[in-house]
Ligand binder design. Structure first.
Ligand SMILES: *[C@@H]1O[C@H](CO)[C@@H](O)[C@H](O)[C@H]1NC(C)=O
Ligand SMILES: *[C@@H]1O[C@H](CO)[C@@H](O)[C@H](O)[C@H]1NC(C)=O
Ligand SMILES: *[C@@H]1O[C@H](CO)[C@@H](O)[C@H](O)[C@H]1NC(C)=O
Ligand SMILES: *[C@@H]1O[C@H](CO)[C@@H](O)[C@H](O)[C@H]1NC(C)=O
Ligand SMILES: *[C@@H]1O[C@H](CO)[C@@H](O)[C@H](O)[C@H]1NC(C)=O
Ligand SMILES: *[C@@H]1O[C@H](CO)[C@@H](O)[C@H](O)[C@H]1NC(C)=O
Length: 439
């Protein structure tokens, strides 16, 4: 009898929740769709485009934050029990998935290469979410950006399952017959540059070629998907996923066997690096560097604090080892990778359960011992330990003080030492790194 009541009760509650949320969601998605109409409905292809509103709604629905009242706690709890029951029965066919979660200028391109260079059994994607951010960041502004994380997660989920169609909707201009010359940084993904995904270039067709190792025609996403399905392991690098908690449904998807590697770096070094790499976006900081004054209530300072806090909150969650992340979360400091690249790469591979290949090993050897600095801000070919310290002579001490003030708890958690004066900052025989293990 009691179960009967419980079932009816859950049913009613669920109806109420669904109705409430679908009202909100339909308003939000109408808004998104209105603004996105040109891109999302211009495609003629029946199987990709016209379902866009439904898809968006699905995307939006899927990422609703869990309700916090008792009733849905109850529903949630039942789901968890069920999950625990089957949690060891992953259905990924031995396939491992790696999500390299980072922020910009943390060395994520470099670390991504550890996996990209693994060899024939790896399918690697470099920043696929770039397309989503470009198309939705402004549209979602009115919603505080709270919608993006769920959309990011759902796109990642599809990509880990080798389904490019959700991503396709965000590629602009829209792919024609699932073919596009515009995939962001295709050349950074070896698997998209090798046969058969690399289709021969047709002469006298003026398309942009996207691979360094050989010239390829535009990317056929159907071929990419087939290649993905044929590979034993999948890795994706993403600097746009900022909140680890939003990934929970992805981690609980039994078709996947995901490890999240969160890559962090000294926030002082990140700021120094961003001021060079994103010069115009960081011109306020550069002006402050010049006149030595930083208004602490400025939006830029708040944004820095927000970024640091997000990284820390995610790391705290990961390190607290909730059930859904147990054995699936690894925190890595860029500085440790720079000092001991091979050892750290081995550790990462071991943690993911993917065998460390000789190709990856060779790549790391080649790219951490050279003294020649390749040009270009996104270059990964640098003497890594030297490179990792350069920021110390580049950033003015005033800015270091600001970072230490607003990112203090983050720095403490990761073991980055504070400096009290400029002398210490620029004296490279003083290490700013505590030796720290993240269990
Ligand atoms: C579009 O797809 C629907 C469902 O898959 C199908 O019934 C319909 O005939 C298709 N329309 C065209 C124009 O291909
Ligand atoms: C429901 O939640 C409230 C506050 O969140 C709490 O005081 C109350 O004990 C909860 N009821 C049950 C049945 O869990
Ligand atoms: C969204 O913005 C409003 C006001 O602009 C603010 O009060 C609220 O806390 C924000 N919500 C989130 C989740 O950032
Ligand atoms: C893309 O590849 C698929 C799978 O081989 C093929 O069927 C399709 O014709 C290709 N598309 C184009 C436009 O070449
Ligand atoms: C890389 O840089 C570090 C720090 O300057 C230096 O000690 C090391 O010898 C360099 N390695 C090579 C191979 O040049
Ligand atoms: C740098 O620090 C070391 C160790 O504390 C110290 O011996 C050395 O004198 C310092 N160098 C300068 C230039 O201050």
């Amino acid at each position: 009898m009691r179960t009967k009541y419980a079932v009816v009760f859950i049913f009613v509650v669920a109806l109420v929740i669904i109705e409430k949320e679908s009202n909100i969601l339909s308003r939000v998605s109408d808004k998104l769709i209105q603004r996105q109409t040109p891109q999302l409905t211009s495609q003629k292809d029946n199987d990709t485009a016209p379902r866009s509103s439904v898809d968006l709604l699905e995307l939006l629905l899927a990422q609703q934050p869990p309700a916090t009242n008792n009733k849905s706690d109850f529903i949630e709890k039942e789901k968890v029990d069920e999950m625990e029951h089957v949690s060891s029965q992953r259905n990924s066919g031995g396939r491992k998935h790696v999500l390299l979660m980072a922020s910009t200028r943390t060395g994520s391109s470099f670390v991504g290469e550890f996996f990209n260079q693994h060899g024939e059994t790896m399918f690697y994607l470099f920043e696929p979410l770039w397309h989503v951010e470009r198309m939705l960041a402004t549209a979602a502004e009115g919603t505080n950006g709270t919608l993006l994380p769920g959309i990011y997660r759902d796109i990642l989920q599809a990509l880990f399952l080798c389904d490019f169609s959700p991503l396709e909707k965000f590629i602009s201009p829209s792919p024609k017959n699932h073919v596009t010359p515009d995939l962001f940084r295709r050349e950074s993904s070896l698997s998209l540059c090798e046969e058969p995904v690399c289709t021969p270039v047709v002469k006298d067709v003026i398309e942009r070629y996207h691979c360094k190792i050989r010239q390829c025609g535009p990317l056929n996403l159907t071929l990419a998907s087939e290649s993905c399905l044929s590979k034993q392991h999948h890795a994706i690098k993403a600097v746009r996923v900022r909140q680890l908690d939003t990934l929970r449904p992805l981690m609980e998807d039994l078709r996947l066997d995901i490890t999240v590697i969160q890559l962090v770096r000294d926030p002082r070094a990140i700021l120094a690096s961003r001021m060079v790499a994103f010069s115009s976006k960081y011109k306020t900081w550069k002006a402050w560097a010049q006149d030595g004054q930083v208004p602490e209530n400025d939006e830029e300072v708040k944004r820095l604090k927000g970024n640091c806090d997000q990284v820390r909150v995610s790391a705290e969650l990961g390190l607290s080892k909730p059930n859904w992340l147990k054995g699936r979360y690894l925190l890595v400091r860029y500085e440790d990778i720079a000092r001991y690249p091979m050892q750290k790469a081995e550790e990462m591979y071991k943690f993911t359960g993917i065998p460390f290949s000789s190709q990856a090993r060779e790549w790391i050897l080649r790219n951490t011992q050279t003294t020649e600095e390749a040009s270009g801000i996104y270059s990964t070919q640098k003497n890594s330990s030297e490179q990792a310290e350069k920021w110390r002579i580049k950033i003015p001490f005033t800015l270091v003080q600001v970072v230490q003030k607003v990112c203090g708890p983050t720095m403490k958690l990761f073991g980055y030492k504070f400096v009290e004066d400029e002398k210490t900052l620029i004296n490279k025989s003083i290490s700013l790194l505590e030796d720290k293990q993240f269990p």
